[in-house]
Design a protein around this ligand. Structure first.
Ligand code: MGD
Ligand code: MGD
Ligand code: SF4
Ligand code: MO
Length: 894
C-alpha cells in the first residue's frame, strides 16, 4: 500500500457489536476523517459518538514499535522463536494442557480462526478462552440449551418491525447507540410501539421507555418465570408452535411455579401493577422482541436468565419471525466471529461441539491435524486460577487486558507475575497488562489490519486497512501462524493472507454440513482474493448448496437439538446472594457513553473524555446522607478482594443499597480505579461467566484534607496525590486530585509546574486554599486550583483555556479566580460531544422556548450529528419541565 491519500475506504467500526459501516478517508496531512457508510445495512450512514471520533484516536505516540523480550528490543525472529520454543517445551514437559491462549472479541475472525486451529488441532488442548467469557458466555450456553446451537435467531430489522421491544439489562442508548437510534426512529414512525426497560438503574435508555421496571439486582428469573406462568394460565401459549416444534413446556411451567403477582413483587421489588401491566403488554402483543445484554449475561444465574427469557418466546412461538424473537446483542465488534471459529474453551470450530466425536472427526479431518482437543479447556476465571497455581507454564494474551477486566483483577496480576512465560500481543504500551509480558509483540491496529468481523445480527463485514503498518507491527494472524510454523506445523499455517484464512474457515463451515449445523458460509469458500477485497456485508447462513434469502432461524422449528425440537429449560428462581453487614451495598458495574472498555483508544481524545473525565460511583441520595457523603467527595468502594477510590456522584439513577461504578478507568488514567479489583470472581455454573454486576461491597467517604483541579500542558510523570484522574483536553491535560494531607499541596504544585514561566499565585495555607497560574508570553501554561472542599471551577471553561490564544492581562484575575468571564457564559457539564454543548446551554435554550430534542438541535446543533446524546437531552428537558411545573405549583400555593 503506497498512496491511500484522499482515498475513501469502506471498513467497519472497531467498537461495539452493532457493526457499523465506516467510510475512512486519509488526507494528505496525515489526518483521517470518518463518516457512516450510507450503504451499510447495519447503520445506513449513522455513527455514534465513539465511531465519529475514530479519526482522533489513531495517534501513534503510545504504540509498540517493535517486539521486546524481557523489556529489551528484539527482532521478530528471536521473539517468535522464543515463543515457539517455550510453548513447545511446556507441551513436551507438562502436556498440552500446560499452555493457554487468552484472546479477545476484538481480534478479527481470521486471527481468531488461526488461534483456535493452533490450540485445538495442533497443540491439542482446548485451553483457549477469550474475553467473550466475560461477555457472551451465558447467552451461548442459554442458546445451546434451548436451540442445540449458539444461534441468534433474529435481525436488527426485527426491532423496527416490533410493536413491543423489551430491553433487559441493556443500556442500548449508550452501548449500542446506532441500534438505539434505529429503535428511536421506528418508534417515532410507529407511535403504537411500546418499549419496556428492565434494569435496576435508571439509564439513558429509559428516556425512550414507556415502562421502566427497576427490579432488584439479579431477580430477572423471577420476573420471566412469572411471565411464562402468566402466559400459560392466560392461555396465550401458541399451542400449534409448541406442539410441532418444541418440547418440555410443562416442566418449565412447573419449575416456574404459579403466577403469584404478590410473590413476584416481593422477589423483584417491583410494584404489582407494573408487573401485571408488563405481563398484559406481552400477552397481547404478538410482535414482541426481547433484547438482552450484560444485565442478563454477567450474572451467576446468567444462563438461567437467558433461558427464562427464551422460554417465553418459545411458548408464544414468537421467534424467527419479522418483529419477533429473543435477541442477545453482542458487545464486541467480533464477539460473534469468535463464537463462529470456536474461540471459547468449550466449543469446537464452526459452531461444532467439542464433546461430539463426529464433530471432532469432521474438524480434525478437515484440518488434517495431528490432534484434536476432546474435552473442554479452562474458562477465563479458572484459567487464571490455574495460572496462579502454576499449572500453566506458557500463556499468550491477545487484544485484552485481563488485569483490568477480569474479576479479582489483583489476583490475576499476581497470577501473571508467577507465570513462567507470558506473551502479550498489544497495540499500545499504555495498557495495564503490558508490564507482565516476558515477550511483547506489537500488533496491527484498526485501520492497519484486514479481515472480517460478525455483528450481533450475524452480518459479516470487512475491516479494511487504510494505513501503513507502523514500525514493525504485524497482524495477529501472522504472529500466530509464524509461531505455529516454528512449532513444526508450517504446512497447515502457511497462509499468505487473511483471504486464504477466510476461505478455509468458510470451507470448514460447509464441510460435512447438510444443513445440520447452523453456521454455514460455504458460499464463500472459493472467494478469490479480489472478491474478498470487494466483499460486501452479508448475513449468514450462506451455504454453497442452497441460496437462502431468509436469514432468520426457527420460525418453522428446525432446531439443532437431537430431536430437532426447541427445548424449554426449566429454571428455578434462586434469591440473589444476601449482602452481609460488613458489605451492605451491591456493586453494579458497566459502561458510559463515550468510553470503550479500558480506554486505550477512546481515552485519547478530549472529545470523548469530556463526558466523564474521572471515575465515579453513583450513590443514591439517601445512602449518601446516611454515610455523610457529599457531592464530589472521594469515596472508597471495597470488597474482600480490593478497593477503588472514585468520585461520588449522588443520584437517584441507582436504587438504595446499590452503587454503580464504570468499568473503564485503569492505572493509566487514574490512581486507583480498576473496579475489577473489587469484583468477586463468582461465576455462572453453566457458562463460567462472572457475575460482574453483583458484588457485595462497603462504601465509605474517604476523608480528604484537600481537593485539586489543574489544567496542564504536559502529562505529569508522577502524581503525588492519594486520588487523581487525568484526561486529555485540547492543548494538554486536565487533572482532578485530592489528598489526605494538606502538606502535600506545595510539593504537588511544584512537581506539576513548568519552568521558565511567569507564575502568579494566591494562597491561604491555613484554609488549604491555593491557586496558581503560569504564563509564557500571555499564553497560559498551567492553572491549579486547590481547596479544602471539592473545587468549584467550571470545568468546561477551564479546559478551554489551553486551546486558545493569548489571554488578555486583564483576564488573568478571572483565570486565577476560576471564574468564567461575564462575556463567556459557563456551558456546564458536557452533553453533546460532537458540538461540545453543555447542560447549561441546553437549559438556557429550553428556557427560551426550545422544548423538544429537535428544537434544541435547531438552536444549538446538539444531538444533530451522531445523536448519541439525544436521550440525555430528553432527560434534561424532562427535568426542566418537571422543575418548572414544581415552580408553578409553588407559585400557585403561595
Ligand atoms: N459506550 C460503550 N459501548 C459499548 C462498550 C463500551 O465499553 N462502551 N462495550 C461493548 C461491550 S463489549 C458490551 S458487552 C456491551 C454491553 O452493553 P450493556 O449490557 O448494555 O452495558 P452494561 O453497562 O455493561 O450493562 C447494562 C445494564 O445492565 C444493568 N444491570 C445490572 N444488573 C442487572 C440485573 O440484575 N438485571 C437487569 N435486568 N439489568 C441489570 C446495568 O444497570 C446496566 O445498565 O456494550 C458494548 N458497547
Ligand atoms: N466489572 C466489569 N468487568 C468487565 C465488564 C463489566 O461490565 N464489568 N465487562 C466485560 C466485558 S463484556 C468485556 S468485553 C471485557 C473487555 O475488557 P478488555 O478486553 O480487557 O478491554 P479492552 O480495553 O477492549 O482491551 C483490548 C486491548 O486490546 C488492544 N488491542 C486493540 N486492537 C488490537 C488488535 O488488533 N490486536 C491486539 N493484539 N491488541 C489490540 C487494546 O489496546 C486493549 O489494550 O471486560 C469485561 N470486564
Ligand atoms: S454504534 Fe457506535 S460504537 Fe457501535 S459500531 Fe456503530 S459507530 Fe461503532
Ligand atoms: Mo463485552
Amino acid at each position: 500500500m503506497t498512496d491511500n491519500n484522499n482515498k475513501t475506504i469502506r471498513t467497519t467500526c472497531p467498537y461495539c457489536g452493532v457493526g457499523c459501516g465506516v467510510l475512512a478517508t486519509r488526507h494528505p496531512d496525515g489526518t483521517v476523517s470518518v463518516a457512516g457508510d450510507p450503504d451499510h445495512p447495519s447503520n445506513f450512514g449513522r455513527l455514534c459518538s465513539k465511531g465519529s471520533a475514530l479519526g482522533e484516536t489513531l495517534s501513534l505516540d503510545d504504540r509498540l514499535p517493535y517486539p521486546e523480550i524481557a523489556g529489551e528490543r528484539a527482532s521478530w525472529n528471536d521473539a517468535l522463536d522464543l515463543v515457539a520454543r517455550n510453548f513447545q517445551e511446556a507441551v513436551r514437559d507438562h502436556g498440552p494442557d500446560s499452555v493457554a491462549f487468552y484472546v479477545s472479541g476484538q481480534i478479527l475472525t481470521e486471527d481468531y480462526y488461526v488461534a483456535n486451529k493452533l490450540m485445538k488441532g495442533f497443540i491439542g488442548s482446548a485451553n483457549i478462552d477469550t474475553n467473550s467469557r466475560l461477555c457472551m458466555a451465558s447467552s451461548v450456553a442459554g442458546h445451546r440449551r434451548a436451540f442445540g446451537s449458539d444461534t441468534v435467531p433474529g435481525t436488527y430489522e426485527d426491532l423496527e418491525l416490533a410493536d413491543l421491544v423489551v430491553l433487559v439489562g441493556s443500556n442500548l442508548a449508550w452501548c449500542h447507540p446506532v441500534l438505539f437510534q434505529r429503535l428511536e426512529a421506528a418508534k417515532a414512525a410507529n407511535p403504537g410501539m411500546r418499549i419496556v426497560v428492565i434494569d435496576p438503574r435508571k439509564t439513558a435508555t429509559c428516556a425512550i421507555a414507556d415502562l421502566h421496571l427497576q427490579l432488584k439486582p439479579d431477580t430477572d428469573v423471577a420476573l420471566f418465570n412469572g411471565l411464562l406462568s402468566f402466559l400459560a394460565e392466560a392461555l396465550v401459549v401458541n399451542d400449534s408452535y409448541v406442539k410441532r416444534f418444541t418440547e418440555g413446556l410443562e416442566a418449565a411451567v412447573e419449575a416456574a411455579g404459579p403466577c403469584e403477582i404478590g410473590q413476584i413483587a416481593e422477589k423483584t421489588g417491583l410494584k404489582r401493577q407494573d408487573i401485571a401491566l408488563f405481563y398484559k403488554m406481552i400477552a397481547r402483543t404478538e410482535k414482541t422482541v426481547t433484547v438482552y445484554s450484560q444485565g442478563v449475561n454477567q450474572s451467576v444465574v446468567g444462563t438461567d436468565k437467558v433461558n427464562a427469557i427464551v422460554n417465553t418466546h418459545l411458548a408464544t412461538g414468537r421467534i424467527g419471525k419479522p418483529g419477533m424473537g429473543p435477541f442477545s446483542v453482542t458487545g464486541q465488534p467480533n464477539a460473534m466471529g469468535g463464537r463462529e471459529v470456536g474461540g471459547l474453551a468449550n466449543m469446537l470450530a464452526s459452531h461444532m461441539v467439542l464433546e461430539n466425536a463426529e464433530h471432532r472427526r469432521i474438524v480434525q479431518d478437515f484440518w488434517k491435524s495431528p490432534a484434536i482437543a476432546d474435552r473442554p479447556g479452562l474458562k477465563a476465571v479458572e484459567l487464571f486460577e490455574a495460572v496462579r497455581e502454576g499449572r500453566i507454564k506458557a500463556l499468550w494474551i491477545m487484544a485484552t487486558s485481563p488485569v483490568d477486566s477480569l474479576p479479582d483483577a489483583d489476583g490475576v496480576a499476581e497470577a501473571l507475575k508467577t507465570c513462567p512465560f507470558v506473551v502479550v500481543s498489544e497495540v499500545t504500551r499504555a495498557a495495564d497488562t503490558v508490564p507482565y509480558a516476558n515477550v511483547l509483540l506489537p500488533a496491527a491496529a484498526w485501520g492497519e489490519k484486514d479481515g472480517t468481523v460478525t455483528n450481533s445480527e450475524r452480518r459479516i463485514s470487512r475491516q479494511r486497512a487504510f494505513l501503513e503498518l507502523p514500525g514493525e507491527a504485524r497482524p495477529d494472524w501472522w504472529q500466530l501462524s509464524e509461531v505455529a510454523s516454528r512449532m513444526g506445523y508450517a504446512e497447515a499455517f502457511s497462509f499468505p493472507g487473511p483471504a486464504a484464512i477466510f476461505r478455509e474457515h468458510a470451507g470448514l463451515s460447509g464441510y460435512c454440513n447438510d444443513g445440520n449445523r447452523d453456521f454455514d458460509i460455504s458460499a464463500y469458500q472459493d472467494v478469490p482474493d479480489a472478491g474478498f477485497d470487494a466483499m460486501t456485508p452479508f448475513q449468514w447462513p450462506q451455504s454453497a448448496l442452497a441460496q437462502s434469502a431468509e436469514t432468520r432461524f426457527f420460525a418453522e422449528g428446525g432446531f439443532y437439538t437431537e430431536t430437532g425440537k426447541g427445548r424449554f429449560v426449566p429454571v428455578v428462581f434462586k434469591a440473589p446472594r444476601q449482602t452481609e453487614r460488613r458489605y451492605p451495598f451491591v456493586l453494579n458495574t458497566g459502561r458510559v457513553r463515550d468510553q470503550w472498555h479500558t480506554m486505550t483508544r477512546t481515552g485519547k481524545t478530549p472529545r470523548l473524555t469530556a463526558h466523564f473525565a474521572e471515575p465515579f460511583a453513583e450513590i443514591h441520595p439517601q445512602d449518601a446522607e446516611r454515610l455523610k457523603i457529599a457531592p464530589a467527595d472521594v469515596v472508597k468502594v471495597r470488597s474482600p478482594h480490593g478497593s477503588v477510590l472514585v468520585r461520588a456522584l449522588i443520584t437517584d439513577r441507582v436504587g438504595e443499597g446499590q452503587v454503580f461504578v464504570p468499568m473503564h478507568w485503569t492505572d493509566q488514567l487514574a490512581s486507583n480505579a480498576r473496579v475489577d479489583t473489587v469484583v468477586a470472581p463468582a461465576t455462572d455454573p453453566h457458562s463460567g461467566q462472572p457475575g460482574s454486576k453483583f458484588t457485595p461491597v462497603a462504601v465509605t467517604r474517604a476523608a480528604m484534607a484537600w481537593f485539586g483541579f489543574a489544567v496542564l500542558r504536559r502529562r505529569p510523570e508522577k502524581i503525588a496525590a492519594d486520588y487523581w484522574a487525568l484526561a486529555p483536553i485540547p492543548g494538554g491535560f486536565r487533572l482532578e486530585c485530592a489528598g489526605r494531607d494538606k502538606a502535600d499541596i506545595a510539593g504537588l504544585a511544584a512537581s506539576l509546574g513548568e519552568v521558565d514561566c511567569e507564575t502568579v499565585e494566591i494562597s491561604d495555607v491555613s484554609g488549604g486554599w491555593h491557586r496558581q497560574a503560569q504564563w509564557k508570553e500571555d499564553v497560559l501554561q498551567t492553572a491549579f486550583y486547590f481547596s479544602a472542599a471539592p473545587v468549584e471551577v467550571s470545568r468546561q471553561w477551564a479546559c478551554s483555556l489551553l486551546s486558545g490564544d493569548a489571554i488578555a492581562r486583564q483576564d488573568r484575575a478571572s483565570v486565577l479566580a476560576g471564574r468564567v468571564p461575564a462575556d463567556r457564559p459557563d456551558p456546564g457539564a458536557l452533553v453533546c460531544s460532537c458540538f461540545q454543548v453543555g447542560c447549561n446551554q441546553i437549559a438556557e435554550a429550553a428556557r427560551c422556548g426550545a422544548a423538544s430534542v429537535s428544537a434544541i438541535g435547531e438552536t444549538l446543533k446538539a444531538g444533530t450529528n451522531c445523536g448519541s446524546c439525544r436521550s440525555e437531552i430528553q432527560t434534561l428537558l424532562d427535568d426542566i419541565a418537571k422543575e418548572s411545573l414544581n415552580d408553578a405549583d409553588i407559585a400557585q400555593a403561595s
